[in-house]
Design a protein around this ligand. Structure first.
Ligand SMILES: C[S@@+](CC[C@H](N)C(=O)[O-])C[C@H]1O[C@@H](n2cnc3c(N)ncnc32)[C@H](O)[C@@H]1O
Length: 194
């Protein structure tokens, strides 16, 4: 796995840790992770602190790796599910959750399908991470900070604006926004909704 990939995974893991902190005030929260992949970020969960941790993914191989890696986490329940064609099932499974974490999954299942799912929930916290890929420019070491200043000034990208608008239409309120800057031109943007 490339150095860049490792850094992205590490950053996503850190983001997941920050998202768990959003329910720190809830005793034994029920947490759900859409597109859990191989369990990246689950290392941030203290054993026994959650009532349940639901992980969903379409990829059985990822789920098997996740199951194996976290076999010592009895609260982890994994579902092999297609979040595009099995939305009603997803809604039923997600109903009791306090937080739905969706990192780098909306672009896979598309915003309309994501909205069909979260619109049906009785308004848990929903925390989404998307990637902002400023196009074209090579970031040299010397110009690195300046390049990102420029990007940050440009502010929200189209995907972010569409997501925020759709979530607000569905009755959620924007509750937080954080950027995680990777040393390769890319930015992860975490958006929290309540
Ligand atoms: C970029 S990865 C997510 C990264 C992960 N959340 C993390 O923090 O490292 C996208 C995941 O979405 C899953 N996925 C793609 N399409 C899906 C679908 N239709 N239903 C469920 N999961 C899907 C993929 O199998 C993959 O594990």
């Amino acid at each position: 796995m490339g150095h860049e990939n490792v850094q992205q995974l590490q950053t996503l893991s850190r983001i997941t840790g920050d998202q768990f902190a959003l329910v720190a005030n809830i005793q034994k929260p029920a947490v759900a992770i859409l597109g859990i992949t191989d369990g990246n970020g689950l290392c941030n969960i203290t054993a026994g602190c959650c009532k349940t941790v639901i992980g969903m993914d379409i990829n059985e191989e990822y789920l098997n790796i996740c199951r194996e890696r976290y076999s010592a986490m009895p609260e982890l329940v994994l579902y092999s599910i297609d979040l595009v064609t099995e939305k009603d099932r997803a809604v039923e499974l997600l109903k009791p959750t306090d937080i739905v974490i969706a990192n780098m999954i909306v672009e896979h299942i598309h915003l309309n399908n994501f909205m069909d799912i979260v619109s049906e929930l009785t308004k848990p916290i929903v925390s989404v991470t998307i990637q902002f890929n400023p196009d074209g420019h090579t970031v040299s070491h010397s110009g690195y900070e300046a390049a990102f200043d420029d990007i940050l000034q440009h502010g929200q990208n189209c995907e972010e604006l569409s997501l925020v608008a759709a979530m607000c239409d569905a009755g959620y309120k924007a509750a937080g926004r954080k950027e995680y800057i990777l040393p390769n031109e890319k930015i992860f943007i975490r958006l929290d909704f309540k």
